[in-house]
Design a protein around this ligand. Sequence first.
Ligand SMILES: [Zn+2]
Length: 185
Amino acid sequence: MKKKIELGEHQIECVFKKNKLSKGIKITLKNSHDFLVTYPWFISQKKAEKFFIKNKDWVLKNLEVLKSNDFSNLLGWGGRRDYLKNKERARDLVRERVAEINQTYNLTINKIAIRDQKTRWGSCSSKNNLNFNYRILFLPDDLVDYLIVHELCHLREMNHSRKFWELVALRIPNYRQKSKKLKNL
Ligand SMILES: [Zn+2]
């Protein structure tokens, strides 16, 4: 359901959508200046609206980022308290997307960690561990997937060689455009 939400002096166009599969409320930025809020079956729309308003700072920051089209601006935003509040939701999101994307790559993954890093979105280690910035939660879906594909492919190719990008392109043919928006990988 579409609804206008008032945040301070801003009127924000929001689509609220129940998602049977989701475990928590998720705010996604859409490219047309509005937001999608998905929420699980056991939560009311009213509650999802409250959640959206509670995350006002993030929403307004995201609007700013949308205008600049440079999501690296989101790094450094938030902090310890925000991290503790959102860590588990970020973990659920990453687990869900990794499971889906890894059907293409079939890689062995050891651990997935969610971190509060001010300078990078993700990293991986030779022990097949993946690390992601909890701020992944506030990226649009296409960039979430790009980030995860990028780190997954590093488990096979530990560099940015042509072979690496060929692997990335299996899932994300227009990876160049995504990488520009995100930077700092
Ligand atoms: Zn990389």
